[in-house]
Design a protein. Structure first.
Length: 406
């Protein structure tokens, strides 16, 4: 364990959690408000609206692995966080000037590239500072910030759009991203890793090549505890989750007002923010697999509830359940990856985690867009509900139980 874990206090936790909260307040806006903006203002179809999220995730999936690996090789986390934050601010400044759905879709691809370095580096930073028996708890705090940020972003973006305009919502996102970047520069400490920092460009490229194309017969941590199978299960789960989420605000808007669209999404994410840390503590004591299984099966149940809900109260019930599902799969999954990955590859492993999620999101948004155009939104939810069950079967049969103290 590196020397950073011998700090007398957990003062390092506050800055990273505040910055993470602000970043995720910003990044949820494209998935809550921009689909509505694209369909109501720019005249986009449901399929084009789904491509907004799909393009973001397609670029993000590949870039997250590369960013995480570069961070490990260079022994640096903070520069990647700053790049993601300032870049996000520029994206939101540009969005309000977009006039064509195709241009907006391409811009979301650029946003996916810019945002890719944040999550793996933030998770890797928390893992490096955490004691072995506290990884789940501390990652739970980080994930609580993620959910709380998404809740705040969902509620505020819906409210600002309802009271003012779409443009004001985009300027709001720009302002928060700049604030987070400034806080990162001033308050966030770089982690003290045991990794040799590489500076030579040619050696960095060689190190990247060796990570993605290991020598013949060379064993990697991806084979341990069924980690690679776990990534595959996440692909199925997040195909369903993000496929539905890409069009969820449009579906909600057929039942409730724009303000309630934001509130419904905020209910889910706000509750999950409160329970992330307890879920992480439970996984520290009981292991990860049981929590992951609940998250997978619960995702299918939530999607069926969406398909059969016609009133506000039923949507609220579905969102409350979804909060427990989200907390379980997100915290249990990230803690499992942290358990298995060696310290020199933490950020790379978190990059693979993020990419499994985003590759699933690309596939899911395409499936969702096509199914919604052909069958409608409710049948789309039922079709997507099949995918997490496949993920659950994979975890049950291929992934080993683990606790952080083992």
């Amino acid at each position: 364990m590196n020397s950073a874990n011998n700090d007398k206090s957990n003062n390092w936790m506050l800055p990273i959690n505040i910055v993470n909260l602000l970043f995720n307040t910003v990044t949820i806006i494209p998935f809550v408000i921009i689909p509505l903006y694209a369909t109501t203002v720019l005249g986009a179809s449901l399929f084009q609206a789904s491509l907004i999220a799909g393009t973001f995730f397609g670029v993000n999936a590949v870039t997250a692995i590369i960013m995480g690996s570069l961070s490990d090789i260079m022994g640096k986390r903070k520069p990647f966080l700053i790049f993601s934050l300032f870049g996000s601010a520029v994206i939101f400044l540009i969005i309000s000037f977009i006039a064509l759905p195709v241009t907006l879709i391409l811009l979301m691809g650029l946003f996916g590239f810019i945002a890719a370095g944040f999550s793996p580096c933030a998770m890797g930073m928390v893992s490096e500072y955490s004691e072995p028996g506290e990884k789940g708890k501390n990652l739970g705090y980080l994930n609580s910030g993620t959910s709380l940020g998404w809740a705040v972003g969902s509620f505020s973006s819906g409210t600002i759009t309802e009271l003012f305009s779409f443009a004001m919502t985009f300027y709001f996102g720009c302002m928060l991203a700049v604030l987070a970047a400034v806080l990162t520069i001033i308050f966030l400490r770089e982690t003290k890793t045991d990794i040799v920092k590489e500076r030579n460009f040619s050696k960095i490229i060689l190190a990247l090549k060796n990570r993605f194309i290991p020598k013949s017969g060379e064993s990697t941590y991806l084979k341990e505890k069924g980690l690679s199978w776990f990534y595959i299960s996440l692909f199925f789960r997040y195909s369903a989750y993000w496929g539905s989420f890409a069009l969820l605000s449009i579906f909600f808007a057929t039942i409730v007002s724009t303000t309630w669209v934001g509130i419904l999404i905020a209910i889910n994410l706000g509750i999950s923010a409160l329970i992330m840390s307890p879920v992480g503590k439970f996984s520290d004591m009981k292991g990860r697999k049981i929590i992951i299984m609940f998250g997978l099966i619960g995702t299918s149940i939530v999607l069926v509830m969406y398909a059969t809900s016609y009133s506000l109260i039923l949507l609220i019930i579905a969102q409350v359940l979804n909060a427990f599902v989200f907390a379980s799969i997100y915290t249990g999954g990230s803690a499992f990856v942290s358990d298995v990955a060696p310290s020199a590859s933490h950020n790379e492993a978190m990059g693979y985690l993020n990419s499994a999620i985003t590759f699933g999101a690309v596939t899911g948004t395409l499936i969702a867009g096509i199914m919604a155009e052909i069958f409608g939104l409710r049948i789309m939810f039922l079709i997507l509900a099949i995918l997490p069950i496949i993920g659950a079967v994979i975890v049950l049969s291929k992934v080993s139980e683990t606790i952080s103290s083992s």
